[in-house]
Every structure is written in C-alpha cells, then in structure tokens.
Design a protein around this ligand. Structure first.
Ligand code: ZN
Ligand code: FE
Length: 256
C-alpha cells in the first residue's frame, strides 16, 4: 500500500488546512474546512478530489467551508458526536475510542475536551500522524473555552502517550507567540532556546513551523511539562500536582 500524502496550507488569518491523499484509491480528506475557496484551491493545486472532511470541533474557523464543499463534491463528513447539534452537516459521528477506515488505514478518534467539550483528534495509526485541532499547538495548547483546566490536562495526557515520533498537525500558526511565553517560564531549557531561534528564522522566511512531533513537544512545550522541576521553580509550585501546575501555566498564558 502506498503511503498517504499530507499537504498543509495556510488559510484565514492564522489557520492551517491539511489534505490527506491516498494515491491508490484517489481519496482525499480535508481536516476541517476553514475556508471553502482555500480548500478548493489546495485541491486544484494538487489535482486531488475531495472525498472526506474530518471535523475536529464546531468553531467557525474549522467548519464554515463544509456546506459548500459538501454540496460541490458529495464528500463524506465525519465529526464529533458531542457537537453534532452544532455541526449540521455530519454524515457520521465519532466519539472517544471509535475507529474508522480511510484508505485502508485505521483512524483512531481521541476525545480531547477543554477548548470545546466535544473536540475530536484524529490519529492515523499506521502513518503515525495526529491532527490535534485546537487542543495541542506547537509550544502551546488551546484556550479553555468550554471545559476546565482539569479536563484539558487530561486531554494533554492522552496526547502525551502517543509514540514520540508521531507527527502533529494542528489548527493554527501560533508558534512564535507561544515560544515567547514558553521561554518566560522555562528559560533554562536549552532545547527550547534552540527551537525558539529556529521558529523565528522560519517565520522571518514566511515558512510554517508545523507540523511538529509529540517528542519535540514533550521536550519544549510547557503545557506538557508541568512535572518539570525548572518550570515548577519559576512558578513557585514545587509541591503542587501536575494538573495544578498545568492550570497555572494556562492561566498565565491567558493573561500574558
Ligand atoms: Zn477553536
Ligand atoms: Fe481555531
């Protein structure tokens, strides 16, 4: 079986779209549909035909293109069961632990509530790729709009258990601002210092900082590093639980 191809493109002000293409069957999935025209252009550029949309969560910048793309292509729309009332165009709903097949590959659905209550992340188990929506970002995590910090920390822990080589695509290019905040609470992390400089160079060239990997995030993303002694020292939280440290980091980022 030929390997799946992944094509990432910038859309809206700071979103990313990703197309997943199976050269064998010709099937192509779009992860979310931030903007119908941008998804259509990306498909045309690659010469691919849309067969699926995989929806992470109900926010407008992830779903607004679905209706148009679906009526144009008749594609199958798969998304979170817990947000089916907010996303009217779903053909198939999925919940935590569900799997479905795309191009002969098992896609495992991971529920990661916090940013929204129904958020689903899609793990392409054979390709080793996960789509984290607005849950995990490069050097960051999504704002907690609908859930609470405890819920978001549990979601982070699910993603932390994926193999470190797992490639991570997410919904937004927020990495440079995230790096600045990360350095403020983890200044002695040599890997973070190096990565922040790489990110500045990429952005100066107008290049994306994504995808990333679970392993790189485990080493440098403060939202996955609440157990780290250096971060705890900076926060004065040496004796707190990992979850409480996570909540404090999220609060500081909100107010940064
Ligand atoms: Zn969102
Ligand atoms: Fe978003």
């Amino acid at each position: 079986m030929a390997a799946l191809e992944f094509h990432q493109f910038p859309t809206l002000s700071d979103n990313y779209g990703v197309l997943i293409h199976d050269p064998e069957s010709g099937g192509t999935a779009s992860v979310d549909a931030p903007d119908a025209a941008d998804v259509r252009n990306a498909l045309a550029e690659k010469g691919w035909v849309l067969s699926h949309i995989l929806v992470t969560h109900h926010h407008w910048d992830h779903v607004q293109g679905i209706g148009e793309l679906k009526s144009e292509t008749g594609c199958r729309v798969i998304g979170p069961a817990d947000e089916a009332d907010k996303i009217e165009t779903l053909d198939e709903t999925v919940a935590d632990g569900d799997t479905f097949q795309f191009a002969g590959e098992t896609v495992a659905c991971i529920s990661t509530p916090g940013h929204t209550l129904g958020m689903i992340n899609f793990h392409f188990t054979k390709s080793g790729v996960v789509f984290t929506g607005d849950t995990l970002f490069a050097l960051g995590c999504g704002r907690i709009f609908e859930g609470d910090a405890k819920m978001m920390w549990a979601s982070m822990q699910k993603l932390m258990q994926l193999p470190p080589e797992t490639i991570v695509y997410c919904g937004h290019e927020y990495t440079q601002a995230n790096a600045k905040f990360a350095l403020s609470i983890d200044p002695d992390n040599a890997k973070l210092v190096i990565r922040a400089a790489q990110i500045d160079a990429l952005r100066a060239d107008g290049k994306p900082t994504l995808p990333t990997t679970i392993g790189v995030e485990l080493e440098t993303n403060p939202f996955l590093r609440s157990a780290d002694a250096g971060i705890r020292r900076v926060l004065g939280m040496e004796k707190s639980s990992d979850g409480d440290v996570f909540a404090e980091i999220r609060k500081r980022k909100d107010n940064a």
